[in-house]
Design a protein. Structure first.
Length: 98
């Protein structure tokens, strides 16, 4: 599972790359990526803060045969946040007339 610390580490890497980039456009893109990772870290940490810390439910033998839900409904969707922060489109490209 991706943690806020993981995201902050990625943000620092992107920021370091941006500072060493010679092309201003590339540097700006890398800074936006760093900002996106930082925003994602904040969302993950905020979601963890809001979520009540209850003990893990006891799993009965019948429950063990069921797959676990790896993506709870209130989880942060990493791809959506990064696409939004990096201004990436999720729509397919328009077809050009032949």
């Amino acid at each position: 599972m991706l943690t806020g610390e993981d995201c902050r580490r990625k943000a620092a890497q992107w920021l370091g790359n941006a500072q060493s980039a010679s092309d201003p456009t590339t540097s700006a893109s890398m800074r936006r990526a760093s900002d996106a990772w930082t925003a994602l870290a904040q969302q993950i940490e905020h979601a963890a803060y809001r979520r009540p810390q209850s003990p893990a439910p006891v799993r009965r033998p019948a429950d063990l045969a069921k797959p676990r839900n790896l993506y709870p409904i209130d989880s942060v969707h990493v791809g959506d946040v990064l696409r939004e922060r990096l201004h990436l489109s999720v729509e397919p490209p328009e077809e050009t007339p032949a």
